[in-house]
Ligand binder design. Sequence first.
Ligand code: 4AD
Ligand code: MG
Length: 465
Amino acid sequence: MKHIDISELFKNPSAYYGKEVTVCGWVRTSADVKPMVFIQVNDGTTSLKNLQLTIQRDSYTNEEFLEKIKPAMPVGVALKATGTIIESERNGIELEVADIEVLGGCPTDYPLQKKGTSVEFLRTIPHLRTRTNLFKAVFSVRARLAYAIHQYFTDHGYKYLHAPIITNSDCEGAGEMFRITTQPWNAQFKTEEEYNAKDYFTCKAGLSVSCQLEGEMAAVGGLGRIYTFGPTFRAEHSETKKHVSEFWHVEPEACFVDINEIIDMAEDFIKYVIRDAMDNCAEELAFFNKFTERGLIEKLKNVVESDFVRVDYTKAIEILEKNNAKFEFPVKWGDDLQSEHERYLTEVIYKSPVFVVNFPKDLKSFYMKQNPDNKTVAATDLLVPGIGEIIGCSERETDYDKLVEAMKIRNMALEDYESYLDLRKYGTAQHSGFGLGFDRLVMYVTGVDNIRDVLQFPRTYKHIY
Ligand code: 4AD
Ligand code: MG
């Protein structure tokens, strides 16, 4: 008999009362309480709800019990069971087993025997942690958020663009690009140029840190509004709770849109995806509210119902300077915001998501639109409580000469950016965009406080899990 998803049974329990079905899944717990045996199974179609299998012990001889039922009871066993669905107080439904078959046994050295194992321990077994409630819930919400993101942009006329991951332009100019090469260095190469010329692509190549430049070229190149959503890579030497070397990046780019309009869109977008998660992942969020962040649901409700704060960088620095005694790194105008400053603004001062707008131009990348004050750029970071920056956003410089000047100041090789510059020559148009760190959004929505616990196999400085 073809098996049915456990989620289907829970969707409409009464439709299955008295019916014979086959289910498959992994044993979560089991108990032998004569005259009954209970086995809770989960097949991955629900995050938290398990189906209870009930077995009448006395319908088996002792030998049959030892041969057929006992091997199906250890935690972690994969099994298949056929029987009749009956009404039950527990989750509304249970399966009275007529036949049970072990698909994959699970010996006693299975590392998930005990309840309540720590996230640190689970990080050492990433291939098994998706069997736990926490990780089932995290990956369900993660998948739903990704779906909502595609939905939002598609509904708002943004085309999903597949930009290359292999590139030779370092968009952020922070020197954090991973190199790609197929040839080892050897003494036969006299210069780096010679080495690069003999390499696979006959030039320097690496993994993209951001798809923004390709996104801009697609948008101004005639598509108007696009978004990319895929992994990007950064060789950052940081071991914080919010940095990974391979993160998922959502990057929309929109023509004929200024900085204020893109900020409005970013706010509307964040609220939309959070509302979607609240509507479609209520069970998971209730779980997180209990186990990862108390008050999470209230927090998310506030986020979708209130306006995000917008504060000028200069004003933010004035506020922070008054509190410099509290910081490890005191700040002044011209400094970048450290995590502690970001968190102070969003957690202590405003208690809300905050857009910090108009950063000093020397702090930011070459592509940002220079403001008339000649000191700042039309750029903003969205900061949220508990995490800090989740979005980096700006209006882009469209003036050819100003752009070239900004690139020269940063010693960029103009010949690598010819196509990018071409679009400032041939029908340049006002445009703006942002980058959302998707994994950080998942942290924010689930209350999980370490980015290593929202990715299946996180890659971080010095670690491939
Ligand atoms: O602020 P960033 O560096 O901006 C850009 O890359 C722009 N080119 C985006 C654009 O305008 N299209 O990165 C954007 C976001 C950050 O706000 C952060 O949430 C996330 O990407 N991010 C990381 N997330 C996890 N691990 C890392 N190492 C990250 N680096 C950036
Ligand atoms: Mg940034």
